[in-house]
Design a protein around this ligand. Sequence first.
Ligand code: ADP
Length: 448
Amino acid sequence: MTSADLRRLLTFLLPATFLGLIIEELFLTLVLALSSYIFFFHLKLNRTLKWIKNRREDFPTNLGVIPDALDNVILSVSDLRKRQRSRKKQLRTILKEFRQATKALPDAVVSLDNENTIRWANKTAIRLLGIKIPDDVGRRIINVVREPLLKEILEADNKKTDMVRIKAPREPNKIMNLVSAPYGKNQRLLVGRDVTAIEEALEARSDFVANVSHELRTPLTVFKGYIENLISLKEKEPNGKWHRPIEEMAKQADMMSKLVEELLLLSKLESEDTIRNPESISVSETINQIHRRATSLKNTGSQLFSLDTDDALKIEGSGEELYIVFSNIIFNAVRYTSADSGVIQIKWQRTTDGLPMFEVKDNGIGIAQEHLLRVTERFYRVDESRQRISGDEFSSTGLGLALVKHVVERHNGKLEMESELGSGSTFRVIFSKEMISSRPALSKKSSV
Ligand code: ADP
């Protein structure tokens, strides 16, 4: 109780005491005085509570004189209200800015709850995915956007999922990459990016490379024809002055042919999503062919090979494409391993999980970590001086592992690489269980 409140109470009690003494009813007058003071306090308290509940006015207007204690309560509540109001205003501004930002986002953004029902969507999502706001709020997204791949990414439990590529439902000429990311309490953010321009640029690049490669084929065939003629005339040149240049020309022409063929193949793989005419492949037979080829070429050293293959394990796929995978990895092991002390271990077995696995381990020069992630890029070479032009499989075009990666992806496989500079490398391809073939393998002639 403050001193003012005490004074106020005394102004009630003192006259009552005098009156009580005069009329000789001190107890009664004191009780009456205290009761009226309590009544007065109660009245002000009630009005204060009404004002607190009312929330509209900053200060109560009908209280008149009030006890200091109540005055303090009113001041605190009023201050709290002001702060709350300014915080609300701030939050409203942030929310407004956030809404404007998501509206302006070039990416489609949809917020989903744990049942995958739509909570909100931005402008791009409305335009590309065909979501209607507010009509579709509360509806399951798979009933609004009818896209089987969408179901796939939504079913992945609480992890950031892989990207899926879909045609925009509302604008089918547009290609979108969709990804779903968890946030908050079992909520998900579905983010879709329009990648049509990137896809078109990649397609244009691929077409250009394919066209140039195609155009180079004819003049190259002519060159090679003339070079072969020159080689056949070699014996007639008595002093042998032209022997070396002609051999070099032949090697370079073969190398160019290999490069052109690999570029055309890469373009072909890029333009086709699915494997044409998959067949049952006996991988161990293919490995044996490549091994025979690798050991018979004149550029091979005397590396030690060990083969551990499961003859019964066959996979479904394109024989021609898979030959590229296995041969590139094996020829690389030979190419980058010492001719005298090289050891190359080739495996075609099931993993402990029963997945088909092709593995080549060498004890060659190895690859430093900073290069390892980039060796599957086109023309990426760890060291230009490693480039070899031999006119056969040992020629390095810089496209080998790019082709490998592409084919492996097309066959639902995973390429794994482990290496350390100076300590050899391991290249591993693991295929999915669905790729295992139960059909008898097609017996094929060597592809080389
Ligand atoms: P290239 O035709 O140059 O061999 P690749 O795409 O096959 O091209 O390989 C890319 C690069 O990766 C090579 O230039 C080489 O430096 C490195 N590389 C590939 N396989 C091996 C290996 N088994 N050991 C060491 N380096 C390797």
